[in-house]
Design a protein around this ligand. Sequence first.
Ligand SMILES: NC(=O)C1=CN([C@@H]2O[C@H](COP(=O)(O)OP(=O)(O)OC[C@H]3O[C@@H](n4cnc5c(N)ncnc54)[C@H](O)[C@@H]3O)[C@@H](O)[C@H]2O)C=CC1
Ligand SMILES: O=C(O)C1=N[C@H](C(=O)O)C[C@H](O)C1
Length: 270
Amino acid sequence: MGVGRPTEQSPSTLTRVSVDPLSPSLRVVVIGASGRMGSQACAAVDAAPDLDLVGRYDAGDDLGELHGADVAVEFSVPDASMGNVAHCVELGVHAVVGTTGWNAERLASLESLLAQHDSVGVLIAPNFAIGALLMMSFARQAAPFYESVEIVEMHHPAKVDAPSGTAARTASIIAAARAEAGLGPVPDATQSDPDGARGATVDGIPVHALRLRGRVAHQEVDLGAEGEALTIRHDSFERTSFMPGVLAGVRAVGSHPGLTVGLENYLGLA
Ligand SMILES: NC(=O)C1=CN([C@@H]2O[C@H](COP(=O)(O)OP(=O)(O)OC[C@H]3O[C@@H](n4cnc5c(N)ncnc54)[C@H](O)[C@@H]3O)[C@@H](O)[C@H]2O)C=CC1
Ligand SMILES: O=C(O)C1=N[C@H](C(=O)O)C[C@H](O)C1
């Protein structure tokens, strides 16, 4: 059974698991295991009947042979993630990666490494929450119909990077949908903004980052057209919201060799 929700009586598509007593459990390690996400991932893997948590690693640990794992879950820091994932790939261990900071250059270098290890799968998932995937999918659907769009992401104040990986990915999805629909730049008459009040732009889409005590991970996509507005919002109130997606990634990554960006590609939401 999956973690957290829904109840054991009504598992959702994402949490439904049938355990085959004849097939061995997947051996899983967690890298970044002492962190906010890594510790939740350890608990989630530990509670899953078809998975075996065989190792936990954090900063300063030697990854070594990764305890002979089949799959590694990686939630560390942007500057360490690339090296950790490369270590997994070189050992032939599939990787499910939640850490942010995977820019085009890092993805290209990972792809060339994977080309030399063609049975290994790596999933880079900017967000594992099902609602966040749906929010991005709805934003893609809405983007061609609205002249204006901006993204507001809200996170806990311990987050070290801005904008969030989710906001950056949403912006690039929206930008692609707008370009395909032939939309030009978002309208904005601002001429003077000495303090950066208009925020950042990612792929031409304005992005605003809030850091607030008490928040976990939240995002709004605000769209505007003549005489109307559409707001698409997702809230992760607890980190348990990411765990069904993490477990779905762990179970599926071995049958998706090569690089996949976005859990939506495993779930038929892309
Ligand atoms: N994809 C998703 O759904 C989500 C992704 N994230 C991302 O996951 C990452 C981790 O987030 P948090 O757990 O909140 O951070 P955190 O700061 O609580 O945890 C990071 C952990 O990584 C460890 N670490 C540092 N260097 C390491 C290294 N070289 N090797 C192994 N471990 C190392 C730290 O000691 C710490 O325990 C961030 O990039 C965050 O944006 C967070 C939530 C959801
Ligand atoms: O650091 C976080 O907390 C989160 N990081 C990811 C991101 O940057 O998008 C996913 C989620 O927003 C939580």
